[in-house]
Write a protein that binds this ligand. Structure first.
Ligand code: FRU
Length: 529
């Protein structure tokens, strides 16, 4: 047994009350109390300290946010733009909010980058650095940063037209600080497709041309351009493949190496709303090939990047320094995004995740695991090399900072139940069922759930055939109103919002079978605001 510094460990052993009533020998339960030297203070009046406010996830200073937009790295800085409505905590005329970071964890809020204009609201899109000044909007010495987004013309929509979404361009000559709209907008007109939006633009290093993928109702469209201004339609993809329970939104396409081989495949991300496995919004992916003009795949089944209810509209960074593929999603779901019980602001982004491809069960799996810089945020509070759980035995931990923590351990790939709870009987139950090969999240009693009928309605259960190892690596991140779970370093990830009436301060682990839990660590995660 090994314990980190500053830990006061108390084992309180007591017999299960069941013993009194049954002759069957029950194993004793145990409670382990972890004391932290420092207290985290959340005071409801201060900004970024309101109830439910994430402490190490990006959330806007105030008001409404949805999709991440324009994610681009330039000169040491990661830019994060986002769908933003500065006047209310529900969706309204969309702007692009802006924040920057040097490590993808600590964010500086910047002023609003893009405002609606006479062509419409500013919907989702992407940003690039036009290093060769192909657009002519800057110079080679001072390349323009270029944002390509969707204009949504509300008046056109109200008038019953179908061409009210077009693609517009804006550029910045001061590395994203201030923005100018291109005077001949829109750059891509609409031929009468109602949902025609969310352009993702990138420089294709294989074909040396700009590519754009956008969505058009039930499919994606691919375009090419020499100068980011004139776009040529090349092909479409997806009318008869994948999930189609709702409109396609927020596409992204990029190439990844398959871990442990020289093989490379292209990944196409497509968000859909509604039609996700847990209801409402979700992001599916396709693995295939892309020649710069068209995307092809042999994939038959539907794959989801995250199997929780709250990871939507996620896309990846352009221009990262080390070629890493970094993904951020919006940690909400259109089913109830407008109703969540927060004041002053609404919603947060997922933690940034690095994407990679792995072949499991002779098929491609898109893994997402936390970016490395996240590790610097953790303060070691508790660690235990190994402990055994006997069948039906419950081992509980009490820890004041559980709701701002990372819990990590390895178990044998046997059934395991993990419960996070508090003194007012809120409980969030995670369950790995080995015989069924499923993982489930039950947030029905996790806290406040009645703000919308769907939020706490069902247990979210996922088949996990890609857990093929003898041990399962669990990584669980809690940040006041969210939980992110990574199994086997992101072979499966689950992201969910939770609104406990009081912070969870207790966690229990139990199993129907004899289990050994290895390398358990419970870390406090430092706040960023
Ligand atoms: C996805 C989405 C996008 C759209 C934006 C509007 O959540 O519906 O398709 O551009 O939000 O805010």
């Amino acid at each position: 047994m090994k314990f980190a510094n500053n830990i006061l460990l108390i084992f309180v052993l007591f017999s299960s009350t069941l013993l009194l009533f049954s002759c069957k020998k029950e194993e004793s339960n145990s409670i382990i109390a972890i004391n932290s030297s420092e207290k985290i203070k959340i005071d409801s009046s201060e900004q970024y300290k309101e109830p439910f406010r994430p402490q190490f996830h990006f959330s806007p200073e105030k008001k409404w946010m949805n999709d991440p937009n324009g994610m681009v790295y330039y000169k040491g800085i990661y830019h994060l733009f986002y769908q933003y409505y500065p006047d209310d905590i529900v969706w309204g005329p969309m702007h692009w909010g802006h924040a920057t970071s040097t490590d993808l964890i600590h964010w500086t809020n910047k002023k609003i980058a893009l405002f609606p204009d006479k062509l419409g609201m500013i919907f989702s899109g992407s940003a690039v650095v036009d290093l060769k000044n192909t657009s002519g909007l800057g110079t080679k010495e001072n390349p323009p940063m270029i944002a390509i987004f969707t204009y949504h013309d509300m008046a056109g929509e109200k008038a019953g037209r179908t061409d009210y979404q077009t693609q517009g361009l804006a550029y910045s000559l001061d590395e994203g600080e201030t923005w100018l709209k291109y005077e001949k907008n829109p750059i891509v007109k609409n031929s009468g497709i109602k949902d025609f939006r969310d352009p993702k633009v990138f420089w294709n290093t294989e074909t040396n041309i700009w590519n754009m993928v956008l969505v058009a109702g039930d499919h994606a469209q691919f375009y090419t351009s020499e100068n980011l201004i004139n776009w040529k339609f090349e092909s479409e993809f997806g009318k008869n493949i994948g999930a189609h329970g709702g409109v396609w939104e927020c596409p992204d396409v990029f190439k990844l190496k398959v871990n442990g081989s020289n093989e490379e495949k292209w990944v196409l991300l497509i968000s859909i709303n509604p039609g996700a496995p847990n209801g409402g919004s979700g992001t599916q992916y396709f693995i295939g090939d892309f020649d710069g003009k068209s995307f092809k795949t042999n994939q038959k089944e539907i794959k989801w990047i995250d199997n929780g209810a709250d990871n939507y509209a996620g896309v990846t960074y352009n221009n990262t320094p080390d070629g890493k593929r970094i993904f951020i999603g919006w940690m909400s779901n259109w089913l109830y995004a407008r109703n969540t019980p927060t004041k002053n602001w609404r919603s947060a982004m997922t933690l940034p995740r690095e994407l990679s491809l792995e072949k499991i069960n002779n098929d491609y799996v898109l893994k997402n695991s936390l970016v490395e810089s996240f590790n610097k945020q953790s303060v070691s509070e508790f660690s235990k090399d190994m402990f055994a759980i006997k069948p039906k035995q419950k081992i509980s931990f009490t820890y004041d900072h559980l709701n701002q923590s990372e819990v990590r351990f390895k178990s044998a790939s046997k059934s395991l139940k993990l419960v996070f709870y508090n003194e007012v009987n809120d409980s969030l139950v995670l369950n790995y069922d080995a015989p069924q090969k499923t993982f489930s999240i039950d947030r029905r009693k996790s806290g406040i759930v009645n703000f919308e009928e769907n939020f706490g309605k069902n247990i979210h259960k996922t088949a996990t055939p890609n857990i093929v190892s003898e041990t399962i690596d669990y990584q669980i991140i809690l940040d006041w109103s969210s939980i992110e779970i990574f199994l086997n370093e992101g072979v499966y990830s689950f992201t969910e919002q939770i609104f406990p009436k009081k912070p969870y301060t207790k966690m229990s682990i139990q199993s129907d079978e004899k289990q050994e839990i290895k390398n358990l660590t419970i870390h406090k995660i430092k706040g960023i605001w």
